[in-house]
Design a protein around this ligand. Structure first.
Ligand code: DGI
Ligand code: FE
Ligand code: FE
Ligand code: FE
Length: 187
């Protein structure tokens, strides 16, 4: 499917503010892809589709997670996490995306994971720093965009984990393993 048609279909599924976020992630992700030598087309498609399941019905998503044999641990954590793997499912089955790298970037855009690809890091971090995002600390992350994808990703996952911890929200194990991975890399 042509990216502009994907964008049009995504627009129909999302409220205006969320669609604006998607456009921001797309522009930010394409810029990071150019900067870090990742294929632009992959970044564009992953960004357009990353939140496609954000407003999907919760019980429908539960059913998809069960039927598609996704990690059942997801169901023990906050339902906000579900739109990422279910989004990868929709990207594949409804939008015909076959590129496993794009599907993984969508699948892990909320939690991160250990051993992320550059495309996964780009989608995760573009999601956090796109221009319409506002949270304390976002400008510090934006200022790190030229510091290398690993530093940007490490600071971003650390920010997310600290934010969840400050609200006493349980952190999904993939996120903790993601941060540990970067800390071990530095030795
Ligand atoms: O979909 P977006 O709002 O663009 O951003 P996202 O997919 O990165 O995150 C969606 C929400 O998921 C966000 O409000 C924080 C929450 N979240 C991310 N990781 C975890 C989490 N919630 C819990 N409880 N545990 C996590 O590990
Ligand atoms: Fe999301
Ligand atoms: Fe995110
Ligand atoms: Fe998002």
């Amino acid at each position: 499917m042509d990216p502009s048609l994907m964008l049009q279909k995504v627009k129909e599924r999302l409220p205006e503010k969320r669609f604006k976020h998607v456009l921001g992630v797309m522009n930010t992700a394409v810029a990071l892809a150019k900067q870090y030598g990742v294929p632009e087309d992959q970044a564009r498609i992953a960004a357009i589709l990353h939140d496609v399941a954000k407003f999907a019905d919760r019980e429908w998503m539960r059913g998809i997670i069960e039927k598609q044999k996704m990690d059942p641990l997801l169901l023990d954590y906050h339902h906000e996490l579900w739109h990422a793997p279910v989004g990868a499912y929709l990207a594949s089955y409804e939008f015909g995306v076959e590129d496993a790298g794009i599907l993984d970037a969508i699948r892990y855009h909320t939690t991160g994971r250990a051993g992320m690809s550059d495309l996964e890091k780009i989608i995760y971090t573009a999601d956090m720093i796109e221009p319409s995002r506002q949270f304390p600390g976002v400008d510090r992350l934006r200022a790190m965009k030229n510091d290398g994808l690993d530093r940007l990703m490490e600071a971003s996952i650390r920010q997310s984990i600290e934010f969840l911890a400050s609200k006493n929200q349980p952190v999904y194990p993939d996120s903790l393993k993601c941060l540990e991975h970067f800390e071990q890399q530095k030795g």
